[in-house]
Design a protein around this ligand. Sequence first.
Ligand code: GDP
Ligand code: IMO
Ligand code: MG
Length: 428
Amino acid sequence: MMNTVIIGAQWGDEGKGKIIDVLSRKADIIVRFQGGNNAGHTIVVNEQQFILHLVPSGILHKDKICIIGNGVVIDPQVLLEEIESLKKRGVDIDSNLKISDQAHLIFPYHKIIDRLREGKRKAHKIGTTGRGIGPCYADKVSRTGIRLIDLLDKDVFREKLASTLDEKNEIFKKIYHHRGFSFKQIYDEYSGYAGKIKRYAFDCAQFLSEAVKGGKRVLFEGAQGTSLDVDFGTYPYVTSSNATAGGACIGTGVSPVDIHKVVGVAKAYTTRVGRGPFPTQFSSNLLEKIRCKGREFGATTGRPRRCGWFDAVIVRRAITVNHFEELALTKLDVLDELKKLKICTAYKYRGKIYRDFPASIKVLQNCRPLYEEHPGWTGNTSQVTSFRDLPLNARRYIKRLEQLLKVKVSMISVGSQREQIIRKEISR
Ligand code: GDP
Ligand code: IMO
Ligand code: MG
């Protein structure tokens, strides 16, 4: 297996966790490179469900190194809870997990301001997960963030926290009428976390550089999806990191020349959680049906996900910016009972046809999706293990997607279980 990046092709929750788990068998190292605990990656093994927010989805394989890269923002409390809960379930963490000491940390003021800002936005709420992700990345870029390496040095941590709180408390009091934060409380709480996290901290870039030179196979686990990418998504209704393939280099220190392949993960339909344009969203009848069948509720916040038809415009944009060599198509089984299916091939706005993704939020919000209609297969696909055994119309649907996207589908997921995956031979 070559060093491969796995990227969400839509608005997140495409089933990346499951695909990473499946592909981890052939990898040596699995590394998360962006996002934080806004992510929720689900893996189901022997009917047991694991939802991972920070720990890479390779962790259920015993002999793999799992890394949280420098590009991830870490809430230490959430991380330690996740580690404890995995340990309780018999997962070996201590010998497999490593964390970049350059990763930035989420503090209580990040979480509070995330929510306060959303409150102030009124009509233009983003619908964030409220986990402090955006404010933490903002501090990183404005050079006022605190990294894991800073936390591990008492003097540095004391000085950085004190100077950060000086500024933040003034903002909190004057702008948000919030009482602000006690230095001592945060210092004591986070010093406690430092003692527990220290054992995992390491130099990610150096380690990966040597691993790659030594021929180790690395799997890069994207979080969120291309349409939530801060540069290429439906801005400002996006997350605050680069969820596209380029993020894998920035978020780990691995050079682009050491990455050999990018695989996209797309649902056989579309979902989105949080606010923002969603041209192919279903009307209420179908929305309930698919949400219920696909169990479309956020793995992090439990919010109901909005659902809609497959949107080839946004997936084509994902292919453009990531160069997917192949695609994993998930949740095909959720469409099993539909008599008719639609695929959006372009948008129309004020007489103009948009085949390529429009950057204008006005166009995205007001466009009319142009659909082609396909007959459904009304048959159960969840037990199918080979492409040729899928119902004819399901095969036709997948082939039509391949034609529209000009990318081959190499894996088809037909259920949440690890085994419910169809490998499809692709010719290059
Ligand atoms: P991620 O964030 O991309 O890892 O995706 P999530 O875990 O948030 O959401 C995907 C959901 O769909 C999870 O509940 C998975 O267990 C489930 N899932 C994954 N693949 C399939 C599939 O092929 N069929 C069905 N029915 N469920 C799936
Ligand atoms: P995974 O990795 C789906 C969405 C939020 C919100 C927007 C910004 O499981 O696919 P943030 O808290 O990041 O500032 O929120 O991004 N969002 C996700 N939606 N899956 C995710 O992760 C998401 N992570 C963030 O709902 O609309
Ligand atoms: Mg998710």
